[in-house]
Design a protein around this ligand. Structure first.
Ligand SMILES: NC(=O)c1ccc[n+]([C@@H]2O[C@H](COP(=O)([O-])OP(=O)(O)OC[C@H]3O[C@@H](n4cnc5c(N)ncnc54)[C@H](OP(=O)(O)O)[C@@H]3O)[C@@H](O)[C@H]2O)c1
Length: 270
């Protein structure tokens, strides 16, 4: 069974493995959309009930909404505002609320773009009940100081940051601060946007991980992140139906101990 985790102090409960939609749901046309709807449905059946999207991801918000259809109530949508214009930000929110039945569970400021402009609007939506949790994301190490400034305002309840066995900078300051503040943590790029998962070690190196229920390199990478209890949900993206259950299976205990985490980190850095 997929583990469910309290999302910091936000009051939301999230599945350990969610799903990203960058590139993977950016398709147009009946055949391709039906194909990606099937990926979303398979994820839901595997217990992956949180989907992260953004207006930056082309058609993904719309395709996700189409896939959810009448099953919207059973999932959490994490969307974003991504524009330097306050007016366009309001328009992005209007579109998203229309797509997702008048509610976006987690609303993030994408890459901190003009966050001072967008934050009051998202706070109003939260006060009105159409958003449960407000947060901020950034992919770049150079923006971590700015992200911590926003975290310390006390005005956001979650962050989304990059973290994987080959990119551990968030361990220094971001994750300790998120834990102190009781923030929810979503992890982007858990497979290194594909680069890390493509460098799979030989099968014999994965054998010691079988006792943790891990049989593939993707599962080792995802379980490595989830074994840090400061993380609540990883959001791998895939276009491929057969990979959905594989990724979801990493969201079930047992979790790696410290020695096993270091072993996987060594495999990842080779
Ligand atoms: N600034 C931000 O807010 C920000 C930035 C980056 C990402 N994000 C979010 O984080 C999500 C995840 O990051 P990401 O999409 O960059 O990268 P990712 O999830 O780390 O990696 C996705 C890549 O891994 C491959 N993959 C997935 N499962 C696999 C498996 N079991 N075995 C082998 N390969 C596998 C996919 O290829 P296939 O499609 O062929 O399976 C795809 O190329 C995004 O989709 C987005 O929602 C947010």
């Amino acid at each position: 069974m997929m583990e469910q985790r309290a999302f910091g102090a936000s009051g939301l409960v999230v599945p350990a493995v969610g799903m990203g939609t960058w590139q993977s749901l950016d398709v147009h046309g009946e055949r391709d959309e039906a194909d990606r709807h099937a990926v979303v449905h398979a994820a839901m059946e595997a217990g992956t009930t949180l989907f992260d999207t953004s207006p930056m991801y082309g058609e993904s918000e719309r395709v996700l909404a189409g896939a959810l259809g009448g099953r919207r109530e059973g999932v959490l949508v994490a969307d974003k505002v991504w524009t330097p214009s306050a007016a366009e930000g309001r328009e992005q929110v209007r579109r998203a609320l229309a797509w997702y039945g008048g509610r976006v569970d987690i609303y993030q400021i994408h890459n901190l773009v003009v966050w001072r402009e967008h934050l009051p609007m998202l706070e109003e939506l939260r006060a009105a009940g159409s958003v449960a949790v407000v947060g901020a994301t950034h992919y770049a190490h150079s923006a971590f100081d700015a992200l911590m400034e926003v975290m310390r305002t006390g005005r956001i309840q979650m962050i989304q940051v990059p973290y994987n066995a080959a990119d551990r900078l968030v361990e220094c300051e971001i994750l300790p601060l998120a834990q102190d503040l009781g923030l929810g943590v979503l992890v982007m790029e858990p497979l290194g946007s594909g680069a890390l998962v493509r460098r799979a070690p030989p099968a014999r190196d994965l054998a010691p991980l079988a006792e943790f229920g891990v049989t593939t390199w993707a599962q080792a990478l995802l379980k490595w992140i989830l074994s840090d209890p400061r993380v609540h949900c990883v959001i791998p993206a895939t276009r491929r139906l057969e990979r959905v259950a594989e990724n979801a299976a990493a969201g079930t205990p047992p979790w790696f101990d410290a020695d096993t985490r270091e072993y996987v980190a060594r495999l990842a850095s080779r």
